[in-house]
Design a protein around this ligand. Structure first.
Ligand code: NOJ
Length: 547
């Protein structure tokens, strides 16, 4: 089978913050089309667009009220068709975000379900009656608070794993599933190359609907054990694949947090549903398993290396992965991985780039990552837009942290960190818009922007460009197996990609000091320093060697 997606270099666009062309401070589809030359120059071959469907924007588009329409703030269906065509001329494919665990509470199905309990749409969602005068279970939603929302003054509740404006669809209902499949096929027939599939491991719930052990001061129990990665979910995957993806030979990337490695098969095994998945086991290394941001975990580069390598080894046994450092739900990688701000520079940023980009899998670059954008520090919770940040702030306060502490946790992890507007140049609003953007900008856009890196050597942008070009030229970097390079110091992440055609090794120094390593000889293909001295890595050096 031609697994074309293995050769792609993907770039994730957060349309709200990419480029505004109609002067409303919100990025739009025409803005993406306008920047296709830039993306072509960078070398990426596939774009993942975060949701642009009709939506009241409670969770910035992950709450869809019409799957068949575009939210007017982003433009029109015609704009999207034009983007698809123009991108195609440059051999750039487009994948859309597919949000089918839940809809918006403004979706007509849900509105009908709420107003008419006898409507067939009532069973498109999960409604349950009160238990002993209280919510049906004690489960906590991802954004905080109960997963259950009371329906007016009735005894009924509806279920939402995320915000109360994102009611979960009832996947036990075959008619509902057929309606989703119809929509998926409709989009694929439009000429998109596939989907990033949102929160897909949430679609099956534990049908017993029993309370869990209380695990927080709010008296609730994290919903994950009951509404994520549940047995039986594979039946839904099999059917969806058969009815949709398999007919189009499209690329699909599952967003699936908390999957244990023995369970990978149903996602990305031979008969699995998806072409690849994001593995968050090495991405959420700084917080606890239930993903509450105030539960900080200490870690070292060695711990991180172990997580990363375990991920590579386990996935290699089964299938293919989407490698990433950042996305719209994660902070900027430089802040997450290089804790000391004094160490944030060209070397550390390109070292991280080299480290993740050459892992076995399809690399995904998040907008702004290629110019080394960084996190912000906001002074008050009122400055945040992200619903998750507000929920996590409240959870931290509930658990007894002070406002300052709660704000600190949110600043470290806020999803707004990567949602600030893209820095195109050093003009007011960074060339993103000519009017005040929908979300507060970073104030360092005069130093970190596309314009001043486009022709500057060395620059983070130029480094990304070189990596992309090399990947296209070196099949080993696509097909090669992953192998750990052992006997390395704790602060060094070193691995090889190995195929019948040869071996390429990547050496990454995670420390601000020079480090002695064993000799790795060969031809230097890429280096973030002018020189590579055998047996040594300079502070935050990345070097790639062909043996
Ligand atoms: C994952 C998305 O990436 C995130 O932004 C969203 O809030 C949740 N799924 C709910 O759709």
């Amino acid at each position: 089978m031609n697994e074309w997606w293995k050769n792609e270099v993907a770039y994730q666009i957060y349309p709200r913050s990419f480029k505004d062309t109609n002067h409303d401070g919100i990025g739009d589809i025409k803005g993406i089309t306008e920047k296709l030359d830039y993306l072509e120059n960078l070398g990426v071959t596939l774009l993942w667009l975060c949701p642009i469907y009709k939506s009241p924007m409670d969770d910035n588009g992950y709450d869809i009220s019409d799957y068949y329409d575009i939210n007017p703030e982003f433009g029109t269906m015609q704009d999207l068709e034009e983007l698809i065509q123009e991108a195609k001329k440059k051999n750039i494919k487009i994948i859309m975000d597919l949000v089918i665990n839940h809809t918006s509470d403004e979706h007509p199905w849900f509105k009908e379900a709420m107003t008419n309990p006898h409507s067939p749409y009532r069973d498109y969602y999960i409604f349950k009656s009160a238990k002993n005068g209280k919510a049906p279970t004690n489960w906590r939603s991802v954004f905080g608070g109960s997963v259950w929302e009371k329906v007016g003054d009735t005894e009924d509740y509806y279920f939402h794993a995320f915000s109360k404006r994102q009611p979960d669809l009832n996947w036990e209902n075959p008619q509902m599933r057929q309606d989703l499949y119809k929509m998926i096929n409709w989009w694929l027939e439009k000429g998109i190359a596939g989907f990033r599939v949102d929160a897909i491991n949430f679609i099956k719930k534990d049908q017993r609907y029993q309370d869990g052990a209380v695990d927080g001061a709010d008296g609730l129990s994290a919903c994950f054990a009951f509404s994520r990665n549940q047995p039986g979910i594979e039946k839904f995957f099999e059917e969806m694949k058969r009815e949709t993806f398999a007919k189009h030979h499209c690329m699909t990337v599952a967003e699936a947090v908390g999957v244990n490695y023995p369970d990978l098969g149903i996602f990305i095994g031979d008969q699995g549903c998806f072409s690849m998945m994001f593995d968050f086991n090495y991405s959420n290394f700084d917080i606890g398993e239930d993903e509450e941001w105030f539960k900080r975990k200490t870690w070292s580069p060695k711990d991180y290396r172990e997580l990363l390598f375990t991920s590579q080894r386990e996935i290699q046994k089964i299938g293919w992965v989407a490698s990433f450092l950042e996305n719209h739900d994660q902070p900027r990688s430089i802040d997450k991985l290089i804790v000391n701000k004094e160490d944030h520079n060209y070397y550390s940023k390109t070292m991280l780039a080299g480290m993740f980009f050459h892992l076995r899998g399809t690399p995904f670059i998040y907008q702004g990552q290629e110019i080394g954008m960084v996190n912000f520090t906001r002074q008050s919770i009122d400055e945040f837009n992200d619903i998750g940040s507000i929920g996590q702030y409240q959870r931290a306060i509930e658990e007894g942290y002070s406002k300052e502490e709660a704000l600190h946790f949110v600043n470290l992890r806020s999803r707004d960190n990567t949602r600030t507007p893209m820095h195109w140049d050093d003009s007011e609003y960074a060339g993103f818009s000519d009017t005040e953007p929908w979300i507060k900008m970073m104030d360092n856009y005069k130093e970190i922007n596309v314009a001043n890196q486009l022709s500057k050597e060395p620059s983070v942008f130029q480094f990304y460009k070189k990596m992309i070009a090399l990947r296209k030229a070196e099949p080993i970097l696509v097909e090669g197996d992953f192998e750990e390079l052992s006997e390395m110091p704790d602060d060094v992440i070193a691995y090889s990609r190995v195929s019948a055609e040869g071996t390429i090794s990547c050496l990454c120094n995670f420390s601000r000091n020079s480090i002695k390593i064993r000799n790795i000889e060969g031809i230097v293909l890429l280096n973030n320093y002018p020189e590579y001295q055998l047996g040594e890595l300079k502070p935050f050096q990345f070097v790639m060697i062909k043996q």
